[in-house]
Every structure is written in C-alpha cells, then in structure tokens.
Design a binder for this molecule. Structure first.
Ligand code: UDP
Length: 380
C-alpha cells in the first residue's frame, strides 16, 4: 500500500471524506483515506453497547427534501422510519412537545383550536412589538427579541431561554436572531421536528453507511496527517482535506472557535427510561441540555422491551479547547472574518479540495454534505 500512488489522499474518514471516496472509486479512481481517530465515520460513528447503537458523538437524524440524496443514501443502506419528535422538560417541571405546535400551545395555555392559539400568540407578540417600539427599533436585534416576536414570553421563558444559553454559553441578548428561526412554528398537532420530506436512521446504525461508502477505498486509522505531512502529500496527486482549515495553515491567522459537547453515557437496567429518543431540559438549573436514549432511534413499539437494558447519554455543551473534538463552528462576525482569510488561501490551492464542517467552517447537516459531494462529481 505504501508505495502505491493514489489519485486522491482523503484526510478524514467522516461523512464528507467517505462520500467523496465512494464517488471517486465509482469513477475508477484510487483513494487512500486516513483518519487520526481509531474508527471511521467521524462524528456519525456509533459504538455498540448492550446490542444498542450508541451515537457516540451526539444524536444524528438524517433528514432531507432532496430525493436524489435520499435515494442515494438508501442505495448504500436502507433507512428506517424514525421521525424526530423531541419533548422538553421545562423549568415549571412539566413536559411540552416540540417544535412549537398545537400540542405545545394546548399544554401551555389550554387552547384547543388554531384560532384560540392564534389569538394567544397575537396577544403575546403584540407585547413584544410594543416593547420594541418603546426602544425605537423595528427589527429584532438579538435572539431574545426574535423569540419574543415569534412565539411570545411564556414559551420563551419555559422552552427557549435556559436551553439556548446552556447550548451557546452566551446570553440570548448576545446571540444572533437567525438561530431560533431554525425551529418551525405550526398551528397543527404535528410534533415532527423537521419540515423535510424524508427522514430516518440507517437500519443497523450509521457505521453501515460509512462502511458502504468506504468499500473500495484503502483506509488507514490512527494516522494523523500532520505527524508526517510531507510524506502524505507525496502519496497522491490530489488531497481532499476535511480537517480544521486553520490547522492546515498552521494557525497563521489565529485559531477558529468551536462549541463542543461532552457526553455522560450510562447503561441502565431497565428497558425504557424516558419513552423517547430525545428529551430536552430547558431549565438553567439543570446542567445538561438533553438526554438521548439511543434504542429509540432504531427500536419501536413493543420491541423496545425485548432488550432489558437501555443506554442514555447526557449532553453538556462547552467551549472547545485544544485536545477536544470540535462540534459546532461559532459563526459570529469575529470568527467569520478569520475564516475568510483562510478561505482566500484555500482558493489558491490547485491540488487540495477543502470539504465538510471543519474545512469549510460551516454548520452542516448530513444531507447537505452528501449533496455537496454529489454536486462536485456532477461538475467534473
Ligand atoms: N432551542 C430551544 N429549545 C429547545 C430546542 C432548541 O430554545 O428545546 C433553540 C436553541 O436556541 C437552539 C436552536 O433552537 O440553538 C436550534 O436548535 P436545533 O435543535 O436545531 O439545534 P441542533 O440540534 O442543531 O443542536
């Protein structure tokens, strides 16, 4: 393997790298994929505990409205019918359905029809508009003002404020308004967290997807590109780099910031701990943001009880530091400005393709990663 010349050296065996390897291999190209971790799959990697696929780097739910992407991933491995419908435990101690829909409004205000819910929302929004007018502003200046306009104070205080401040480690008044616009607001009894047409989890877990994508490529694990950069640059004509772009350029313009997530995973001797894959804890007094119960991603109905054990993970959100796995790019103005400088260098490279969450410093869902690679190969 060592002396063989490859068409592509792919640095990183995550979803971008694995998908790239798949399409390149299909075109008859020879790919070597290296990854510094002891496993492939990047953050979609699952480890098996008590017969349950544990999403070791946090819950991953595949969702898309792009039929080509959906058909493609299903050609690698069939997907199950999992639909994300998280519930939230609020500071008032009660459970609410998410995203914000008729179930939530009934639980919050006892309103039973869309007209009653609309009246309640209008009343709350009106108060937000009046407060902003008193301050002389017409557009929401931050996440708090946006949330009050979108959904009102009752829901902001019970379901948004505490969760958001834990997740981002910054007050809602200092966060951009767009983050909260990710969440749907509906006047129907529909608890589906996503508006997309297709949604699910690979049958048998995400490792099946990764392994299917990487079939046909050579893979070396526990192999850090930066330990022997000159050597790795010489083994292929082109490099596909999916690691941190600031590291690729030796941090010459400074370090980019990330949020990271720490997981406390526990095996419990009960078949069904919380009755749902995802329960958010929206109170500032609870240190974690959510608890994931992994079996519910793949086991439905009475089959949940076939396995007398269950595995749960509590998620703690913190600022990224050296040695941790980076998760979410902090897309504020300061970091975007630093990234722009690295991107200008990257644009000049003739033999390096930068792709994925870390190399493009972009918060990517899984489906857009696949779409980006497909677009690249359609062009070539
Ligand atoms: N959010 C919230 N309460 C919740 C869930 C989400 O206030 O119970 C807000 C929070 O600000 C979060 C944003 O909605 O940053 C987007 O949530 P999403 O679930 O899309 O985040 P992800 O799953 O990507 O971490």
């Amino acid at each position: 393997m060592e002396n063989m010349k490859y068409d592509y050296l792919i640095v990183g065996a995550g979803l971008y790298g694995a998908t790239f390897a798949h399409f390149a291999t299909r075109q008859g190209k020879r790919c070597l994929v290296i990854d510094k971790r002891p496993h492939t799959g990047g953050n979609i990697y699952c480890s098996e505990v008590e017969g349950i696929n544990v999403h070791q780097y946090g819950a991953h739910i595949f969702h898309t409205s792009d039929r080509k992407v959906w058909d493609f991933v299903n050609s690698i491995v069939p997907f199950n019918r999992y639909t994300n419908y998280p519930v939230a435990q609020a500071p008032d101690g009660r459970l609410y359905n998410l995203p914000f829909n008729m179930n939530t409004f009934y639980q919050m205000w006892s309103v039973k029809t869309p007209a009653e819910a609309q009246a309640k929302l209008d009343e709350q929004r009106h108060q937000a508009v009046e407060r902003m007018q008193a301050d002389g502003v017409s557009e929401p200046r931050n996440l708090e003002e946006q949330a009050l306009l979108l959904i009102g104070r009752d829901i902001y205080e019970q379901l948004i404020k505490g969760y958001t401040e834990k997740q981002w480690g910054r007050p809602c008044t200092e966060l951009p308004a767009f983050i909260i616009r990710r969440l749907p607001v509906r006047l129907t009894f529909d608890n589906n967290y996503f508006n997309d047409s297709y949604q699910g989890i690979p049958v048998g877990g995400y490792n099946r997807l990764t392994e299917g994508l990487l079939a046909g490529a050579d893979v070396l694990l526990d192999t850090d590109f930066f330990d022997n950069r000159e050597h790795w640059q010489s083994v292929a004509d082109k490099i596909v780099f999916t690691g941190k772009i600031d590291e690729f350029y030796g941090y010459r313009f400074g370090q980019l910031q990330y949020r990271t997530v720490r997981f406390e995973t526990e095996v419990l001797d009960e078949p069904n701990h919380q009755g749902n894959a995802v329960v958010n804890y929206t109170s500032a007094d609870v240190p974690y943001t959510r608890i994931i119960e992994h079996k519910h991603f793949e086991t439905f109905g009475a089959a949940v009880y076939d396995n007398p054990h269950t595995v749960i993970s509590r998620e703690y959100s913190t600022e990224w530091q050296e040695g941790m796995e980076p998760f979410y790019p902090v897309n504020d103005a300061v970091n975007q400005a630093v990234y722009k400088k690295y991107r200008e260098l990257a644009a000049k490279e003739k033999n390096v393709i930068f792709g994925g969450r870390l190399a493009e410093y972009k918060y990517y869902d899984m489906a857009p990663i696949i779409a980006a690679v497909m677009a690249l190969f359609n062009k070539e």
